[in-house]
Design a protein around this ligand. Structure first.
Ligand SMILES: *Cc1c(COP(=O)(O)O)cnc(C)c1O
Length: 495
């Protein structure tokens, strides 16, 4: 049995009315651990997994069954299946908690579903280098100690036009480190009140400032900040000006903010560095595919920023990482700051990041080779054609409890990117077949639970009394075949 199959929990079949009376087993009917381990079927398990795991699981199983027997609730007939029950326990124990799922939410960079998917090149690089010693911090040309940053620094500089670059664990770490290195020790950092963002979790700009040991100086108002606000706030204790991209919200209406190109000369005139946190920060102009434009790190550097930070696993399409690019002087200060050692990127994402960045050397292939861009640029006509292909098989699997129709949908880029914009998409909408609206919520909950219990769980979203499967992120070919392969289990779970 495949381990995944043991994870299927379909709704329990109802018991026939004329159920034969079962004889309860007594605790003394249960075998001892030793005797159970000598059972030939269990001996095979021991041969596969070793004595320790199987014996521990046998002990737990017998404890649980003994408790049931003491209550008179263990049918004697169940004892015949004890070896099988033990096998299932061992399989469940060995099944990884982290599992693949099918993302039909319509959100391409879904934070709860692992954000960006790695490109094949990145997966291969991880596989090739992680099971073997490698030159992580070894300079092969000189035969001397090397710096792990050097694996990606040239690439990042070439792609963004920066003088220098370094990488850390994630963008939150990049922001924390940048502020601590450039303005720690109680020095002042000036930020607009319109940019004091909360990213989710515990990442709130005022708290990050405090954690970095800097003193936050707020300027402007929530909706309007002007150059003169920054000018007025600069004083002898000022160490840094920070801009934060408001990636997960938009302020609309009577607004004004000071962009980097305007702020840079002000910073320069006072001899202060300017740092900008882009959040997502795409390395290529998304507008060329009709997608909403996101600020480019290369433009921010041209506009005069000294330090630019952005994420590895948002629009860049790589592993979790925080990228910091900027002037040689400021990147050097950041790299030398002791906190860098605690936040450094591990070799595993570093391998994936290098391979992902290398894909940017072939920009015209990105929409094929980089899953994030492939999904974001997938033509709606292709998604519609896929919906038409899958409609019949899905209809058959969920009948008679649900009706299915092909529908236009609007998805999202996700991960806080471009919150106002949506992506035109297509997919399948499932509606419960009910006499009225009663039981609607329950039917949709059951359907979602059935989808989550599949060998390869499917995550979709509920919208307007229907379950929407947005197909944007379901690649054609093997991935589509995997979706179809779930349908028999789905039919079973809904029976
Ligand atoms: C997402 C985001 C972060 C945090 O980046 P992680 O890579 O998730 O740590 C920080 N700042 C902004 C503006 C963001 O959008």
């Amino acid at each position: 049995m495949k381990p995944e199959a043991s994870m299927v929990h379909g709704p329990k079949a109802s018991l026939p009315a004329t159920r034969p009376a079962l004889t309860p087993a007594a605790p003394k009917d249960l075998p001892s651990v030793d005797r159970l381990l000598r059972d030939p079927a269990v001996a095979l398990l021991v041969a596969a997994h070793g004595h320790a795991l199987v014996a521990a699981q046998a002990r737990e199983l017998l404890d649980a069954w003994r408790a049931e027997a003491l209550q008179g609730q263990l049918p004697k007939e169940r004892l015949d299946g004890i070896a099988q029950a033990l096998r299932e326990r061992c399989d469940a124990r060995l099944t990884p908690r982290m599992r693949r799922v099918i993302n039909l939410t319509g959100t391409v960079l879904h934070t709860n579903l692992g954000r960006a998917l790695l490109a094949d090149a990145a997966l291969q690089q991880v596989l090739a280098c992680m099971g073997s010693p490698n030159n992580l911090e070894f300079d092969l040309a000189q035969g001397a100690r090397g710096d792990r940053d050097s694996l990606v620094e040239d690439l990042l500089c070439e792609i963004t036009g920066a003088e220098a670059a370094t990488v850390v664990n994630n963008n939150a770490a990049a922001v924390l480190l940048g502020i601590a290195a450039l303005a720690g020790g109680g020095r002042e950092v000036i930020v607009s009140r319109g940019e004091l963002v909360e990213i989710g979790g515990a990442f709130r700009m005022p708290d990050v400032m405090a954690a970095a040991g800097a003193k936050l100086v707020e300027v402007g108002t929530t909706n309007r900040t002007h150059p003169k606000d920054y000018e007025a706030a600069i004083g002898p204790a000022t160490a840094l000006l920070v801009k934060v991209h408001t990636s997960n919200y938009a302020i609309q209406g009577f607004t004004s903010s000071v962009d980097e190109a305007t702020l840079a000369p002000i910073a320069k005139a006072h001899g202060l560095p300017l740092m900008t946190d882009l959040g997502s920060g795409s390395l290529v102009d998304l507008a060329q595919w009709g997608l909403p434009a996101e600020p480019l790190p290369q433009q921010m550097l041209k506009d005069g920023c000294d330090v630019v930070t952005f994420s590895g696993d948002k629009l860049l399409g790589g592993p979790q990482a925080g990228l910091i690019v900027g002037t040689r002087e400021h990147i050097q200060r950041i790299r030398k700051f002791p906190m860098k050692r605690a936040l450094r990127l591990s070799k595993l994402p570093l391998a994936a990041l290098e391979a992902t960045l290398r894909l940017y050397l072939k920009p015209d292939r990105l929409t094929q080779d980089l899953p994030t861009l492939r999904h974001l640029t997938r033509p709606v006509a292709h998604i519609e054609a896929q919906a038409a292909r899958l409609l019949g098989p899905l209809r058959q699997a969920v009948a008679p409890r649900f009706e299915v129709r092909a529908a236009s949908m609007r998805g999202q880029i996700g991960s806080g990117s471009l919150p106002v914009e949506t992506l035109p998409s297509a997919g399948l909408a499932l509606a419960p077949v009910l006499p009225g609206k009663r039981g609607m919520g329950r039917a949709l909950d059951d359907l979602q639970a059935a989808l989550r219990s599949l060998p390869l769980p499917i995550v979709a979203r509920v919208q307007a009394d229907e379950l929407w499967m947005d197909l944007r992120c379901l690649d054609e070919g093997p991935r589509e075949a995997e979706f179809l392969a779930q349908l028999p289990s789905l039919a079973e779970a809904l029976r």
